[in-house]
Design a protein around this ligand. Sequence first.
Ligand code: F6P
Length: 375
Amino acid sequence: MAKTKRIGILTSGGDSPGLNAAIRGVGKAALGFHGMELVGFRDGFRGLAEDRRMRLEKDTLAGILTVGGTILGTSRDKPYRMVVDGRKRDMTDAIIRNYRKNKLDALVCMGGGGTQKNALWLAERGLRVLTLPKTIDNDVAMTDAAFGFDTALGIATEAIDRLHSTAHSHHRIVVAEVMGHQAGWLALGAGIAAGADVILIPEIPYDVGKIAQAIRRRSRHETNFSIVAVAEGAMSIEDARAFHAAEQKRDRARSKVEKRAARLELDALEAKHNGNTLRLAKQLEVLTRLESRVTILGYVQRGGTPSAADRLLATRLGTACADLIQEGVFGLMVAARGNGTEAVPLEKVAGKRKTVPLDHDWIQSARRVGTCLGD
Ligand code: F6P
């Protein structure tokens, strides 16, 4: 008789709506359909390193489809650099030991870009790993979509919708900060869907003068309020240049001293970037003479019930993942492709980021409806 397969599951990186739906999808298909056993690890790779387990049976998987967050807990810990007792340690060996101790036949890691890298790291060390793409930023490479994005898009859109009436009533500029440090999918999508007048994303460095011009143009046409949707990582042309130069220095650095100096320069630029949205609002106030206010949407975008589309996507990817384990194929991310799924080698995903292409349809559409993109 064939041995019962035993599957480990963990969720890693920032939480996203749809994680529980994905745990349920993998879990129900693995337990009920394929007759496998399941074990959950708490708080991402840390739980596997510390062998902190959670029983995952039929009853634990019931009623979680619509629940936000992750029943397993999550963390941003990396297998090879984890703070333990106040010291950074490489926990790869502990992870491999616990994988073997629990007699796992496969490990399912759900997460964004960082998780894909960590999963590849473990796959290269002999673990049988499969991943699912999760992030509200929608920036995991090689997949049409990641779960979490659709829900966050809905939340951010509704929030920006609500800003219109107050901005209109007070004749103000309202700058709404949307999550997304490196990729502008969320700000662009929500900005278009909610009819923002200006949308600023990391992929298009902005000229504050041009934004002010666009807002003043609206005022001349008796529309003296404006909504600006700005991604966390959007920056001015000058700041983008400074970041680019510092990153080049870091990449070229050979000696320890050079590396440290480049790191410090980047840290200083990052620290300066915090609060950028507030500074932008101030600059626009001065340049347009319209009162400005800021709304930072923050973690509201990651919380609560997943949308129908995210539940569906997470269930599709999760069940496909269980089927791949049954087939005995590993080292893959289960990607969304059209109406189906596709297994993509982790090497093609890890270390890559899906940013918004400058010729993307959404960008063209935004420009066609007269939205200022800051360039
Ligand atoms: O990666 C998802 C994300 O929500 C980003 O949009 C955001 O910049 C980041 O996580 C925030 O990370 P943390 O939860 O560690 O504060």
